[in-house]
Design a binder for this molecule. Structure first.
Ligand SMILES: Cc1cc2nc3c(=O)[nH]c(=O)nc-3n(C[C@H](O)[C@H](O)[C@H](O)COP(=O)(O)O)c2cc1C
Length: 370
């Protein structure tokens, strides 16, 4: 049996999900399965554009050229898929959601009736349709997984699809506390047994599933006390929401971008703008320009100008004077003098909100990159 696991934790092999995944895979290997793990955090997986090209012009093939095509090729040859990730906001982390969205080429656009409801028939992949769900959550109450389990059931709701079992571990951060290893060992042990059962019996037995459905910390009051003492040990206490806003305003946490060695991308261009800044032209100007870069190379950046210094940041400023919403290639062309900025604005190639006059000054504030 070939089992391919996808770990969708942004913490990858260093996370709590990995403890459960490895226990499950050890069991599966013990029972003779061939296993492999893909760590999504190390892969280049772009967001689905929603263009439906994979259903129309190039059936089964996405417009993006990134790591997803190799992953999908690999998925085609599996008997069982294991989807493992931490619970984020009651569901998948964005990393895993991007991966799931990008599986659209595996479905056909047609909708047809299977049983009592309609589905998109699959284009490929028996293994895609036999899967194990592995997750862990910071809270100790198992109902945190209700939405995720429902989503997973809907995803696999067809006569030819099967969820072979769910390993959803509440209070998952306890798994990696060295002092508690013996206390919590019963859970990874059950995950290990689940691995053996999936290979030998084709699914997780009801007895093992019953164990896996229990919380690592059934006494939520004690767990909350423990978590809060941990934070207190780090000097983190509860504060009122308004206090937080004041603190956040005082200390912006975005990191200034370092100047790049060459300008290839929009990220490079914005990081290089402080070098092209003409402080004598700025005088005593104080301004924040926010860039909302769309399309192929999306991102959020901003430039601050104060005391004759321009600094570039990645992120979103809470109170910019002007926001420029532009595709990356349009701004790159304008900055290289290959496109007229004013004409591009008039024809809607980019959009500006906030202080337009300030934006018009930009031309004078920066020299063109050579
Ligand atoms: C953005 C974010 C959202 C989260 N949402 C939830 C949640 O809705 N419920 C919950 O119990 N834990 C939540 N957590 C906690 C994680 O599930 C928990 O820390 C988990 O152990 C992380 O697993 P990992 O180490 O494999 O990444 C969240 C964590 C983050 C960073």
């Amino acid at each position: 049996m070939k089992i391919l696991a996808v770990n969708g934790s942004p913490r990858g092999a260093g996370g709590n999900t990995e403890v459960l995944l490895q226990a499950f895979l050890r069991g599966a290997q013990e029972a003779g399965a061939e296993t492999e793990v893909i760590y999504l955090k190390d892969k280049d997986i772009k967001h689905c554009l929603g263009c439906f090209t994979c259903w129309t012009k190039t059936p089964g093939v996405c417009v993006h050229k990134d790591d997803m095509s190799a992953i999908m090729e690999k998925m085609k040859g599996q008997d069982v898929m294991v989807y493992a990730f931490p619970l984020y906001i009651f569901t998948f982390p964005g990393l895993f959601k991007d991966f799931m969205d990008r599986l659209l080429p595996f479905a056909q656009p047609i909708i047809e009736k299977r049983g009592d409801h309609f589905i998109h028939p699959p284009r490929w992949g028996k293994g895609l349709r036999r899967s194990v769900l592995i997750s862990n959550a910071g809270f100790s109450e198992t109902h945190h997984f209700d939405g995720l389990k429902k989503t997973f059931q809907l995803l696999n709701d067809g006569p030819d699809t099967e969820v072979l079992g769910e390993i959803c571990c509440a209070a998952g951060p306890l798994l990696k506390i060295p002092e508690l290893t013996d206390e919590v060992k019963w859970y990874p042990d059950a995950a290990y047994k689940a691995g053996i059962e999936v290979v030998n019996e084709g699914r997780i037995s009801s007895e093992t599933q019953e164990i896996l459905d229990r919380s690592l910390a059934p006494d939520s009051e004690s767990y909350a006390n423990m978590v809060n003492s941990y934070w207190a040990g780090l000097g983190i206490e509860k504060i009122e929401a308004d206090e937080f806003v004041a603190k956040a305003d005082e200390s912006p946490t975005d990191k200034a971008l370092s100047p790049p060695s060459s300008v290839e991308t929009i990220h490079d261009l914005i990081a290089a703008m402080p070098l092209a800044f003409k402080s004598e032209a700025a005088g005593d100007l104080e301004a924040v320009f926010q860039f909302d870069i769309t399309d192929e190379d999306p991102g959020d950046y901003y430039l601050t100008i104060a005391d004759g210094i321009c600094t570039a940041y990645e992120g979103t400023h809470p109170d910019p004077n002007a926001t420029i919403r532009t595709p990356a290639d349009v701004w790159l062309k304008i900055s290289r003098g290959q496109m007229n900025g004013a004409a591009a604005f008039m024809t809607g190639k980019y959009k500006v909100t906030g202080n337009l006059q300030l934006l018009m000054k930009m031309e004078k504030l920066f020299s063109r990159p050579s």
